[in-house]
Design a protein around this ligand. Structure first.
Ligand code: NCD
Ligand code: ZN
Length: 335
């Protein structure tokens, strides 16, 4: 039987939520990942040192039996120097959301005025705090990410010492930006390597594949596949696994988010195996992130096996991608 071993897998974009949802789903990531960059879009968002410390404690309490590092993020606002100095040792990045663009982002940035943002972004550059960005405008849904490229350019040019991570990129336009600016990096999800808009809305509507940014065109997926499969050193895996209760997905007014955390490594093995690039998966799912963020992940060895695995219909009331379907890889052991 074909197997593949991954060391210290990292998920550099994960929604863990809070309360009962956190308790139910955090163990699923902690089982197979060494750590994850935890998104701050709670209600209310994570905006103070107390919030960061308390949320981290709740995450750690939810995964008592696993070595799993929650890399914490702060919700972007214009913060002052003293505050940034006080939180720098407790966070791995700051996450910027344009106001209202996705789930729980109402308190985000409503205009990208460089001079208003300059004190915060210069201080972040000095302190070495990366800026993670949800890069979408409020334009036509298929064009939102491409339209945001001018804002990435504005930020990259004005703050050349700031590490800027283009989160969950979905377009060729974003891939093309990577090599244009030294300080731009990106995360890519597993679902955007697999699906296009056709899978979401081309036949019967698939609410469990609906997310922000929405899956795009085949040529966009090709561009993402290219940089992921070659494990481009500025690209890393971030699942953007975003659990919502089943009734919030299967409703009129479907919440955005694809839940992939428990099957992410299995699906990645399948994608890389199908393209004969399994040897590059280690860099995509761990090494690149450790280099980009300068982190040293907790030891974990995950052995995956190429055999049919039936994805559960639900994990504590959250429906995963491919629920009830058979995928080609399974987790064999974790040490
Ligand atoms: C995320 C969520 O539900 O928090 N949803 C999503 O579709 N990806 C927010 C986000 O990352 O946009
Ligand atoms: Zn997200």
């Amino acid at each position: 039987m074909k197997t593949h071993t991954l060391l210290m897998p990292l998920d550099m974009h994960l929604h863990l939520r809070d309360g009962v949802m956190l308790e139910n789903i955090a163990p699923l990531s902690a089982y197979s990942f060494s750590g994850a960059l935890v998104m701050p879009n709670l209600v209310p968002p994570v905006t103070s040192l107390e919030d960061i410390k308390a949320y981290k404690e709740r995450i750690v309490a939810a995964v008592p039996n696993d070595y799993f590092e929650p890399y914490m993020t702060l919700f972007y606002k214009n913060y002052d120097k003293a505050f940034l100095e006080s939180v720098a040792g407790h966070i791995t990045a700051i996450k910027l959301y344009p106001a209202g663009i996705t789930t729980n982002s109402e308190g985000g940035v409503s205009s990208f005025n460089v001079e208003e943002m300059r004190p915060t972004l210069e201080m972040m550059s000095l302190l070495g705090i990366p800026l993670c960005v949800h890069g979408e405008t409020d334009g036509f849904v298929m064009d939102r990410e491409a339209e945001f490229m001018s804002i990435y350019e504005l930020l990259a040019k004005n703050f050349p010492k700031l590490k800027i991570i283009m989160e969950h990129i979905t377009t060729k336009a974003a891939v093309d930006m990577l090599d244009k600016y030294e300080n731009l990096y990106a995360t890519v999800t597993v679902h955007h390597l697999i699906i296009t808009l056709d899978d979401v809305a081309g036949g019967m509507l698939k609410p469990h594949l609906f997310c922000k940014p929405i899956a795009k065109r085949p040529e966009d997926r090709e561009a993402l596949l290219k940089v992921a499969l070659e494990a481009h050193p500025k690209v890393m895996f971030g699942s953007d696994s975003a659990p919502h209760p089943q009734h919030k997905k299967e409703s009129c007014g479907c919440a955005a988010g694809v839940f992939t955390a428990p099957i992410a490594l299995q699906l990645l093995c399948d994608v890389f195996d199908k393209h004969d690039k399994l040897e590059n998966l280690q860099a995509f799912v761990s090494d690149n992130a450790q280099n980009i963020y300068g982190i040293c992940a907790e030891f974990k060895e995950v052995v995956l096996e190429k055999r049919p695995f039936v994805v559960p219909e639900s994990y504590s009331g959250v429906v995963p991608m491919y629920a009830g379907e058979t995928i080609n890889w399974a987790i064999e052991s974790v040490e």
